[in-house]
Design a protein around this ligand. Sequence first.
Ligand code: ATP
Ligand code: MG
Length: 218
Amino acid sequence: MSVICERFDSLGCDSPDHRYKLGIFGGTFDPIHMGHLACAEEVRDSYQLDAVIFVPTAHPVFKRDRRIAPARDRYAMVKRAIEANPYFDASPIEIERGGDTYTVDTLRQMRDHYPSNVDLFFIAGADAVSTLAKWREKEALGTLATFIGVTRPGFLFSENPEEETAQCDTHINVSYLEVTALAISSSGIRERLRNGRSVRYLVPDVVNAYIADRGLYR
Ligand code: ATP
Ligand code: MG
C-alpha cells in the first residue's frame, strides 16, 4: 500500500548519490482546473522537477466560511486530471490526516518519508504567497522546502504592494516564476456551474464529466 502516493513513493531510493527534486502543490482543488495543471507543468519544466504531487486539503483553515465539495470528490477529480501526465500524482495524506490543514505538517510528513537526496519544492500562486506570513510555523516551513511563487493574474505577491517581495514579512525564501497567465479560478468555475454555464476547456474533460456525473456545484 502506498504511503504518500501511488507513483512516487520510492522516489530517491534507486540512486542515493543522485539528487531528486520533488514538487508539492497544495490546494483545495474545488475543482482542479487548467490554471492549476498548466502552472504545475511550467514549474516542473522550468525547475526540472522529477515529480509533482498534488495534495488536496482536508479543511483549509482560510476557507472555513464556505461549503467545500467532499474531499473524496476533490481528490477523485485531481486523480483523473493528472492521470495522463507521468510526472504528476495526487496524494490523499492531508485528507487522511483530517482536521485543519497546515502545510507544515504535510511538509514534515514528506520530509520524514523521502530520503535526504530528495529536495522538496512547494508551489504556491501569488495569492497564496501573499498570505505566507499567517501560515503556521512559518520559520519551519522555509527549512523544509524551497517555496516557488508563481504569478497569477489579478494577484500580487505581497498584501502590501509597497513591499517588493513577501520575503519582507516572512523568513521564507521564495523563488519567483512567471508562468503563462491563465485567469481561471475554482470560484469562477463554481459560479459558472451554479448558473448552468459551460466550463468546457477550463477544466479537463474528465473533470467536467465527473462534475456532471456526481451533480456537483449546482
Ligand atoms: P478558489 O477560487 O476556490 O480559491 P483557486 O482557483 O484559487 O480556487 P486553489 O485550490 O485555492 O484554487 O489554489 C491552489 C493553488 O493554486 C494556490 O497556490 C493558488 O494560488 C494556485 N492557483 C490557482 N489557480 C491559479 C492560476 N490560474 N494561476 C496560477 N496559480 C493558480
Ligand atoms: Mg484559491
